[in-house]
Write a protein that binds this ligand. Structure first.
Ligand code: HEC
Length: 119
């Protein structure tokens, strides 16, 4: 009987943790965002493979060679004005670069770094 209660408590704690991990909980950190953006995550590409390591500049698709408008709002005011578009591309690009979706914290860090870049 007691064992059952313990198991239930552990399970509840795990479920709680999983829910917590999905929400933004750390303060956005531009330096961490830059590091995340320019590093590879065990696959072929980093974010900077297509968006360059200075995303105030025009990027270039690593596969197709097609130009990509700058990702930093200072250089491209249209960026991050359409939440559906932003989320769609975060989902797609994170899957390409990490093999999973980015967490809320990772996205907040990247956005904080991009928002602070000067043209
Ligand atoms: C294989 C090339 C490629 C890689 C790698 C890549 N992107 Fe992109 N990204 C694109 C393209 C193409 C678009 C859509 C065209 C556009 O908006 O100019 C885009 C658009 C975006 C947008 C939409 C911004 C907006 O609201 O207008 C965000 C955010 C973004 N990328 C973030 C990232 C992040 C973060 C990474 C790394 C995890 C990454 N990208 C890696 C090609 C790439």
């Amino acid at each position: 009987m007691q064992r059952l209660t313990l198991r239930a408590a552990v399970l509840a704690a795990l479920i709680g943790l999983a829910g917590f991990a999905g929400s933004a909980n750390a303060a956005p950190d531009p330096a961490r965002g830059q590091q995340f953006f320019t590093a590879k995550h065990g696959r072929e590409w980093s974010c900077s493979s297509c968006h360059t390591a200075t995303p105030t500049a025009e990027g270039k698709h690593a596969n197709t060679g097609k130009p990509i408008e700058p990702l930093a709002p200072a250089a491209n005011p249209k960026r991050f004005t359409d939440a559906a578009k932003t989320e769609k591309w975060f989902r797609r690009n994170c899957n390409d670069v990490l093999g999973r979706e980015c967490t809320a914290d990772e996205k907040a860090d990247v956005r904080a770094w991009l928002a602070g870049l000067k043209p």
